[in-house]
Write a protein that binds this ligand. Sequence first.
Ligand SMILES: C[S@@+](CC[C@H](N)C(=O)[O-])C[C@H]1O[C@@H](n2cnc3c(N)ncnc32)[C@H](O)[C@@H]1O
Ligand SMILES: Nc1nc2[nH]cc(C(=O)O)c2c(=O)[nH]1
Ligand code: SF4
Ligand SMILES: [Mg+2]
Length: 235
Amino acid sequence: MKPLRIAEIFGPTIQGEGALIGQPTVFVRAGGCDYRCSWCDSMHAVDSAFRDSWAAMQTAEVWAQVRALSGGRPLTVSISGGNPAIQDFGPLIATGRAEGYGFALETQGSVARDWFADLTLLVLSPKPPSSGETPDPAAFEACLAAAQGTRTVLKIVVFDDADYVWARDWAGRYPDLDLVLQPGNPEVDPDVPVAAQDVADRLLWLVDKVMADGWFRPRLLPQLHVLLWGNRRGV
Ligand SMILES: C[S@@+](CC[C@H](N)C(=O)[O-])C[C@H]1O[C@@H](n2cnc3c(N)ncnc32)[C@H](O)[C@@H]1O
Ligand SMILES: Nc1nc2[nH]cc(C(=O)O)c2c(=O)[nH]1
Ligand code: SF4
Ligand SMILES: [Mg+2]
């Protein structure tokens, strides 16, 4: 079988973003992405300049590491990237689910896979204008269709007013999805410390905007891992 390209496997840590915020997890970060967001905080898993640092691993090797990191105690594994949907994580998910683990997967919604239906949670994070990318609604809808009965959350990153307007419009097309808005983090260098007050100020900016609009649908959440550890990798 074709090996998986893996940028990093780490944990246990807590899920820092979105619907499962605060929940213990182990991360599997896939190498490679079909997007190049201007503000991507995980370029080491995107840019081909880092390709040599990605491991070619069989599903069984990835699973052995996840199992070791979790001490064999089932939890919800987080698969992120890069875009994990450009590779075949179906066998990993099937292996883990057979042992009682759950799987939450983060993707921008540009590539649909039939194994989305086997996830515990699908997190779709379409990209707003500040990213420099333009999401394809048809591809996004194919992801929703592939998820079938799987719980799906829309998580939109907001850096500025234009992103906010875009988020309201995009979310409005999918009124039945759970919605999380996450302020953008402009500092993604792992060696530059992040001030807790800056994290709070960015969330406050978003809270003020959403409350001023009387828009009571979204949950507004910070990146908890950035608050705790800044942009350090492997946490
Ligand atoms: C690194 S991405 C990997 C998964 C997938 N490629 C995606 O974008 O959804 C994981 C999450 O981090 C978010 N993210 C990336 N860079 C960010 C930044 N600078 N500030 C806030 N969120 C960011 C993405 O929007 C996505 O929700
Ligand atoms: N703790 C922690 N939570 C996260 N939630 C999403 C992450 C990501 O990079 O996809 C991430 C991450 O890298 N670390
Ligand atoms: S889609 Fe995700 S991983 Fe890819 S460049 Fe954008 S934020 Fe980074
Ligand atoms: Mg991250």
